[in-house]
Design a protein around this ligand. Structure first.
Ligand SMILES: [Zn+2]
Ligand SMILES: [Zn+2]
Length: 319
């Protein structure tokens, strides 16, 4: 029989497409929280209540680990750190997303223009992002977490597994003894995480190939062969191998559908996105363009598509 996991899940609703969020509290020494939720009343109440039922308060938190730099995962970090003095840890590739001066949309605008998104749709997306920015307070300082580093507790430890794809600095935490993975957004039960387009950490003038990376990161977890995954959204995954296979199949099918839409004349990623998913609104504009570009990267790699830049916009066609 499986031992009880060392973490207590904290689940509450969030105002995003994923609808709900799971944080994990490790009631061990030092008291550690994995992700914080956005800066919303349900997140605050859920954290406070879980701490209180265990005899703790905000002030007792010693360490906050963030799986990746998306607002649903770190929005409350500043508030919690200020109340407790807890140190905040994140992979260096996502560290800047938590600090002052970061704008999610600003760094994506050149990539979205290149993908053929019209100016009025970019304005709509910018409006949505300005509202989402209200769901976090930027931090002054974060501490880096490196691949294979051990997060030590009094009676167990968790290993950092860098899984770029959904975000360049996404990490999972692995309990090697129990064979349990705290998976963040990397592997979810009912949805696939968006292969979000971002500037490449090593060459910011280029776009990272997020789905190529994501599929590699999936294999990395498959090789670990965890017995279960505790995700940041939705139910626990009891058959990780099966879920990984399903996700691989999903991306293969989507890539083939996209290939079928290519012609000899050339289309932008935005046009192809509308053909696949319909006319997107607000944040979906970014998510859909990311999905399409990420799958186009696979087709380009396999030489099943070619890309041609014209006046700063990239057109994709059959070879
Ligand atoms: Zn995310
Ligand atoms: Zn998330």
């Amino acid at each position: 029989m499986r031992q009880e996991p060392p973490a207590v899940p904290i689940t509450f609703p969030v105002p995003f497409m994923v609808k709900s969020m799971n944080l994990y509290l490790f009631p061990a020494e030092p008291l550690t929280l994995l992700d914080t939720g956005p800066k919303t009343p349900p997140a605050r109440q859920a954290i406070r209540k879980t701490l209180e039922t265990r005899g703790y308060g905000y002030r007792d938190l010693k360490r906050i680990i963030i799986t990746h730099g998306h607002v649903d995962h770190f929005g409350l970090a500043r508030e919690l750190a200020q109340a407790s003095g807890a140190a905040i840890y994140i992979h260096p590739y996502d560290a800047y997303k938590l600090l002052h001066g970061y704008s999610f949309i600003r760094e994506k605008l050149p990539l979205l223009r290149e993908a053929g998104v019209p100016d009025e749709r970019l304005k709509e997306l910018e409006g949505w992002c300005i509202n989402a920015d209200k769901l976090f307070d930027p931090l002054d300082e974060v501490h880096p977490l490196q691949e294979n580093e051990q997060i030590s507790f009094d009676s167990f430890s968790l290993k950092i597994i860098h899984c770029p794809g959904h975000s360049q600095g996404h990490i999972c935490l692995y309990d090697e003894e129990r064979k349990e993975l705290y998976g963040g957004d990397h592997i979810l039960k009912h949805i696939t995480p968006n292969p979000a387009i971002e500037p490449s950490p090593s060459a910011p003038e280029k776009r990272s190939h997020s789905l190529v990376q994501y599929l590699d990161s999936l294999q990395k977890i498959d090789r670990l062969n965890p017995s279960c995954i505790f995700p940041a959204h939705g139910p626990v995954i009891d058959s990780p191998r099966k879920r990984i296979k399903d996700i691989q199949r999903h991306h293969l099918r989507r890539k083939e559908r996209l290939q079928g839409l290519l012609n000899g004349r050339g289309s932008t990623a935005y046009d192809l996105g509308q053909k696949l998913f319909g006319i997107p609104k607000e944040m979906d504009i970014f998510l859909i363009v990311s999905e399409v570009l990420a799958h186009l990267d696979l087709l380009l790699k396999e030489e099943k598509a070619v890309a041609l830049a014209k006046n700063g916009v990239i057109y994709y066609s059959t070879p």
